[in-house]
Write a protein that binds this ligand. Structure first.
Ligand SMILES: *[C@@H]1O[C@H](CO)[C@@H](O)[C@H](O)[C@H]1NC(C)=O
Ligand SMILES: *[C@@H]1O[C@H](CO)[C@@H](O)[C@H](O)[C@H]1NC(C)=O
Ligand SMILES: *[C@@H]1O[C@H](CO)[C@@H](O)[C@H](O)[C@H]1NC(C)=O
Ligand SMILES: *[C@@H]1O[C@H](CO)[C@@H](O)[C@H](O)[C@H]1NC(C)=O
Ligand SMILES: *[C@@H]1O[C@H](CO)[C@@H](O)[C@H](O)[C@H]1NC(C)=O
Ligand SMILES: *[C@@H]1O[C@H](CO)[C@@H](O)[C@H](O)[C@H]1NC(C)=O
Ligand SMILES: *[C@@H]1O[C@H](CO)[C@@H](O)[C@H](O)[C@H]1NC(C)=O
Length: 698
């Protein structure tokens, strides 16, 4: 009797959780709002997180970007090179509230897995950024394809399909209805709003039948506007709500059984499907399943409707239904990191293949119904490892990461074409419990009293204690029973490597956090360097870069937390700099004459910059490029030729974001560093330490 009650208490614990990316910074659907809570939880994706989490997109200058996307700052990381030794390392860091990690020897209270993915697109130039609401073909293509943060917080529009596009024998009428509606949808995509997935992808989701093989407990997934249950409805999203153009079924399940391509292939705006970066699990035998299911190198099939249909995507999710019921073709689509358009023959493609030790390059067609061969670069299989252990009900650090927030070391991709890409990263945190067998439970266990089937879990069930009728009731909602949370970054750019980076490992050193004290920033975090302890070899490279916003005011509405933005300098603004200190228990930077770090380093980007130039640039967050002109930036931006107003001591007039420099080392040594604006002994610390070790020691 007592045991039953205890089991009940244990169940209650398993309901809410959140996940927040701290590096690269997760948006949690924020854009640039100065309120503590995000304006629109449905802006781009379904996070299921607290409204207060997340960071604003970066501002390039000392003022808010407002409506001008060119005044936003996208982080710019250098790509990896073609070999393992030429990795560009990026620490992906996050917190998750409900615990993760553990295995059957060290049991946890939930099953948990974390999926990290990214989607990339050819970056192009300023001219590629869509402008206005023009209805020319090029305008429409750009507006519907260009992956962006946008400048306002509204969700993109969508007009849903009706049965007249689907039911009946009059193919012309169906085509007309579909074409009219989708043309309206394409025209109605707003340049000013964020875009990750495309409206084409979401429409395909609406037509695609929900996978009837899935376990939905006692949830009743109502039919949508087409008269059947589409993949916009899942156990967790049974009312079919839309967030951005994300497909709920694809969001909830991984690996997904259909291709995640965002539209027909457009060479100038090449966009990848979701590329798997890492899968972290409490069950390491999952890794085989993930390797076999990752879209990166396993083509996925879907139903393509015949030429007579204007709509090319079908309802069916298996071959028999596709060919018998829809007269479609069951087609395999292959994922790609990029297509090297310059390599237009097999021989040219093989040249890339011979030098690329990281990706899988093949001369092949992108889909099984076509013979149009291209030089296809596929990403490596995702890193699969044990998820970092964290405790439940706690947005804290992990034992496995030695007191850091949950982390995984990732390699940025290598793009053999040498073309800059713009990407977004997503992290999903998925928890489920053992009340039902996660692998053996499927649609046959869905609640259906007419067939005598009782779901292993039901909403708010009663517990029978010693024959008394229903004295205890559990707080349990089956759409949260087994639940996925998500965060995504703002758009960032991956730059091709410079010649001086050949053969070298590169590390990224960034800043996390936003303005405010511990309760004001929660569930986001205060400022810190990421990583704030880093040991590298003198042969390796270091890219120090940060981004910040000018609108992190944390104003009302406060949601369920505190408003306000305690910090130094102008309210609402994030600022950072990097100065050497002589010891880490000090809080005062060393005078330049006493520093050792700037004698140890040289800029790969601007080898002519002196140590003093670099010290000035890092201390002022790029307000000055250096002492005198070394060719690094425009005249007037150096201390000696300055045409600027006086530099404000708390960096108020310095840019919120700073590309920094990639540094190479002339000798080993140690550097303890501090951000002078935000470090304040007793109430805020923003310091770090870098150990550069002699090469033989690594
Ligand atoms: C990336 O695209 C943006 C326009 O969105 C442009 O301003 C920037 O210069 C591009 N960066 C690179 C490295 O091509
Ligand atoms: C979450 O876990 C459930 C149960 O193991 C699984 O069916 C689903 O695919 C997972 N989803 C994601 C996004 O990992
Ligand atoms: C671990 O994963 C494997 C394969 O994905 C599955 O068969 C097994 O049941 C899982 N074990 C546990 C304890 O969940
Ligand atoms: C965090 O991780 C770094 C390695 O990246 C390690 O050196 C450090 O000890 C860890 N813990 C803390 C509290 O910094
Ligand atoms: C330190 O705390 C005080 C008082 O709460 C606050 O006004 C100040 O801005 C804080 N300093 C920093 C660097 O945040
Ligand atoms: C800097 O170096 C000078 C000369 O060696 C020394 O006199 C001075 O005390 C040092 N200052 C600090 C802050 O260490
Ligand atoms: C540091 O914080 C204290 C409060 O702890 C505050 O009184 C002081 O003004 C701050 N000073 C600086 C320089 O940030």
């Amino acid at each position: 009797m007592m045991r039953l009650v205890l089991i009940g208490v244990y169940l209650v614990v398993c309901l809410w959780a959140d996940t927040y990316m701290t590096n690269p910074r997760g948006s949690n659907n924020r854009l640039n709002e100065n309120t503590a809570t995000r304006t629109n939880a449905n802006r781009l994706f379904d996070s299921q997180n607290n409204n207060r989490g997340g960071f604003n997109t970066g501002d390039r200058f000392e003022n808010a970007a407002g409506n001008d996307p060119r005044r936003q700052y996208a982080m710019q990381y250098y790509a990896s090179g073609p070999t393992e030794a030429e990795a560009s390392k990026l620490i992906v860091e996050w917190t998750n509230q409900h615990g993760c990690g553990g295995n059957k020897d060290s049991p946890h209270k939930t099953n948990c897995n974390i999926v990290i993915q990214m989607m990339c697109q050819t970056n192009g130039t300023d001219a590629s950024y869509p402008q206005g609401q023009g209805n020319g073909q090029q305008d429409l293509m750009e507006r519907n394809t260009y992956l962006r943060d946008g400048t306002d917080t509204n969700t993109q529009n969508y007009n849903q399909p009706n049965q007249n596009e689907y039911v009946g024998d009059n193919q012309n009428a169906k085509n007309q209805a579909y074409t009219n509606r989708m043309n309206g949808n394409y025209a109605n995509v707003q340049t000013s709003r964020g875009l990750h997935e495309t409206v084409w992808w979401y429409d395909m989701c609406r037509f695609r039948e929900a996978n009837g093989g899935l376990y939905i407990a006692d949830k009743n997934l109502g039919a949508g506007s087409l008269g059947y249950v589409g993949s916009e409805r899942t156990r967790q999203n049974n009312n079919g709500n839309r967030r951005g153009y994300e497909c709920p079924e694809e969001r909830d399940y991984y690996p997904y059984w259909q291709p995640t391509h965002q539209g027909p292939y457009v060479d100038s705006h090449q966009t990848t499907p979701w590329i798997d970066v890492a899968y972290l699990t409490g069950n390491s035998s999952d890794c085989e399943r993930v390797a076999a299911g990752s879209e990166n190198q396993n083509g996925k099939w879907r139903c393509v409707l015949p030429d007579t249909s204007a709509r090319k995507y079908g309802r069916s999710i298996n071959e028999a239904d596709c060919t018998n019921k829809e007269q479609g073709t069951w087609v395999q689509f292959h994922s790609y990191l990029e297509i090297i358009s310059g390599a237009n023959t097999e021989a040219k493609c093989n040249q890339y293949k011979n030098t690329d030790k990281r990706n899988k390059i093949s001369w092949m067609s992108l889909r099984s119904d076509s013979n149009d061969k291209k030089c296809v670069v596929q990403a490596p299989l995702p890193k699969c490892e044990q998820a970092p252990w964290t405790r439940v009900n706690h947005l804290g650090n992990s034992i496995d990461n030695k007191g850091n927030a949950s982390r995984v070391d990732t390699d940025l991709p290598y793009f053999p074409s040498g073309i800059a890409k713009r990407c977004v990263m997503r992290l999903r945190y998925n928890i489920s419990t053992d009340e039902f067998d996660n692998y053996g439970t499927d649609h046959r266990h869905n609640h259906d009293l007419s067939k005598g089937v009782i779901s292993p879990v039901e909403d708010d069930p009663f517990i029978d204690v010693a024959g008394e009728s229903k004295p205890l009731r559990l707080a349990m909602n089956t759409n949260q029973y087994g639940r996925t949370f998500q965060d995504r970054t703002h758009a960032y750019v991956i730059l091709p490597r410079l010649d001086g980076m050949k053969g070298k490992m590169l590390h990224n050193l960034n800043v996390r956090g936003k303005r405010g004290n511990i309760v004001q920033t929660f569930p986001a975090v205060e400022y810190d360097f990421v990583p704030n302890k880093l040991a590298i070899s003198e042969e390796e490279l270091l890219h120090i870069q940060w981004t910040g916003s000018n609108t992190h005011n944390n104003g009302g509405n406060g949601g369920d937390g505190q408003t306000g933005d305690a910090g130094e300098g102008t309210g609402g603004t994030d600022r950072h700099n990097f100065l050497q200190m002589l010891r880490s228990d000090l809080n005062f930077p060393a005078p330049f004459e006493n520093t050792t770090f700037w004698d140890m380093v040289e800029s790969v980007n601007y080898p002519k910059a002196t140590g003093l130039d670099l010290a000035i640039s890092f201390a002022t967050s790029g307000y000055y490029c250096g002492l005198e002109n070394f060719g690094g930036c425009n005249a007037g931006h150096h201390v000696k030729d300055s045409n600027k107003q006086a530099f404000q001591q708390q960096l108020n007039n310095a840019p919120a974001s700073y590309f920094g420099h990639v540094l190479r080392f002339k000798k080993p040594g140690t550097c303890v560093y501090v951000c002078t604006r935000n470090n304040n002994f007793t109430n805020r610390s923003q310091k770090g330490v870098l150990w550069v070790t002699p090469k033989q020691q690594k």
